[in-house]
Design a protein. Structure first.
Length: 450
């Protein structure tokens, strides 16, 4: 039997490399299991498809577990994988530190948004970092582990063809962590649901947003037949009746993509919700979305102030946005709007302006966030341009939602504005917090708080 060396141990060719993908606690989320680990499932599926019986794969799901107890839930593996966002990077770093003392021979490989934004900082935490889209890189890194040739970083500079990869298998999670209810509103609230992603990227460049994907060109959508295939899999294996589509824009702006995409979803007879742009979605595509099972749409308005929208490069027209929301209501699609308080250039009467917009547009619910300059955004990268002073790089503090369900949870901004800015008087943090809490209370009293 052929033999090979792995980390100093002589093992047979039949040895299966043990790989665990760690999902952090999600302690900043009120309901952490609503955020499906789709990236992690997707990458594990690809590794299994490429490496087969050479690897033994597991999902180490720490969601809902207090961080101080997480170490007791992590079994020994040869390799631990991570997909790190800014809010989770400090927790992940602490987990890695603990695991190094318990399993000193294990390798730690990480990718994700935060790793790509801060590669040098991240390289001090992990054995290997993955920069760019990770489908091919993760397989290469694991192959290199097997022959003791792991490199400190792997880089993908070109976009991948997302149609050549399988949809994420959910078998790495128990059924109870895949299927949930309450994803949709009203009469559909009890339908069994889960989350999906069918595209990659966003064509817009909002200065507050860290999700922009301008490096690899236009948005890529999965082929309609692959969209249908994944939904049918979820229906068959998990009896799914409802979907939360997590794409940045669930209705493509180009009819050439939108029509076959929506028709493919419609053929599955599934109910679904997603996120859409406030302006620019053709009315006939909205009607097609409704016909294809769409019950609810979320719309990022961000601010009721035209001045603020211009400063943050949110290229929407508020009057047209109101018309769009009213059109959705008439079409029978429920609407949730997203607002952010504390953005640069915000006027003193922002609460009044926001309520005026809500009263006229009449959405079904409102998700209110507090502005936080997230790494990767234009405002974080060039804070002085926006008169922003960052207080800390304690990434645990980079939150943007407070008090949604707990009125005793108070905001704690990680920045302040200059007293004088190019946009006028810089609002003080005490004023921003007061506005945020006042509006949150009003939304809660009206039953609009999401």
């Amino acid at each position: 039997m052929n033999q090979k060396t792995f980390e100093g141990y002589l093992v047979t060719e039949k040895y299966m490399l043990k790989i665990g993908f760690i999902i952090p606690s999600g302690k900043h989320n009120y309901e952490p299991f609503r955020n499906q680990p789709l990236t992690e499932l997707y990458l594990l599926t690809i590794v299994e498809e490429r490496l087969g019986d050479k690897v033994q794969l597991s999902m180490i799901d720490l969601r809902g577990i207090e961080e101080r107890h997480s170490i007791y839930r992590i079994p020994e593996n040869d390799v631990f994988l991570y997909s790190a966002a800014t809010l989770s990077i400090d927790e992940i770093s602490r987990i890695v530190q603990k695991l190094r003392s318990v399993y000193p021979n294990a390798k730690h490989i990480a990718g994700g948004a935060h790793i790509n934004i801060f590669p040098e900082e991240s390289a001090t935490i992990f054995d290997t970092i993955v920069l760019g889209e990770g489908e091919e890189l993760i397989v290469k890194a694991i192959n290199d582990v097997m022959v003791s040739k792991l490199k400190p970083r792997y880089i993908q500079n070109k976009p991948v063809d997302i149609d050549i990869y399988p949809y994420p298998s959910r078998k790495f999670l128990p059924k109870t962590a895949v299927v949930d209810t309450g994803l949709l509103d009203g009469e559909n609230t009890n339908l069994k649901g889960t989350a999906v992603v069918f595209s990659r990227g966003c064509p817009f460049n909002c200065y507050f947003c860290a999700n922009k994907n301008l490096t690899f060109g236009p948005v890529r959508y999965r082929a309609p037949n692959l969209v249908k295939e994944e939904i049918e899999y979820l229906k068959k294996e998990y009896e799914i009746e409802a979907l939360a589509i997590k794409d940045d824009n669930c209705i493509p702006f180009n009819k050439r993509f939108a029509k076959p995409f929506l028709e493919a979803i419609g053929q599955t007879k599934i109910k679904w919700r997603g996120q859409t742009r406030a302006n620019g979605v053709p009315s006939d595509m909205v009607k097609l979305a409704k016909k294809a099972g769409c019950t609810d749409l979320a719309i990022g308005i961000e601010s009721a102030s035209p001045k603020v929208l211009k400063i943050i490069n949110k290229q929407i027209d508020l009057d047209k946005a109101k018309d769009y929301i009213q059109f959705l209501n008439k079409t029978g699609i429920g609407v949730r709007v997203h607002f952010i308080l504390g953005l640069p250039g915000e006027p003193d009467d922002i609460v009044k302006q926001t309520l005026n917009f809500i009263n006229k547009a009449n959405p079904g619910s409102v998700l209110l966030s507090l502005f936080c300059p997230m790494p990767g955004s234009e405002i974080f990268e060039d804070p002085k341009r926006f008169s922003v002073n960052l207080h800390t790089k304690n990434w645990d503090a980079y939150r943007n939602v407070f008090g949604r369900f707990d009125e005793n949870e108070h905001p704690s901004p990680v920045f302040n504005y200059d007293e004088v800015t190019p946009f006028g008087r810089g609002m003080k943090n005490e004023e921003i917090i007061q506005n945020y809490e006042e509006l949150q209370i009003i939304l809660r009293d009206r039953g609009l708080n999401f």
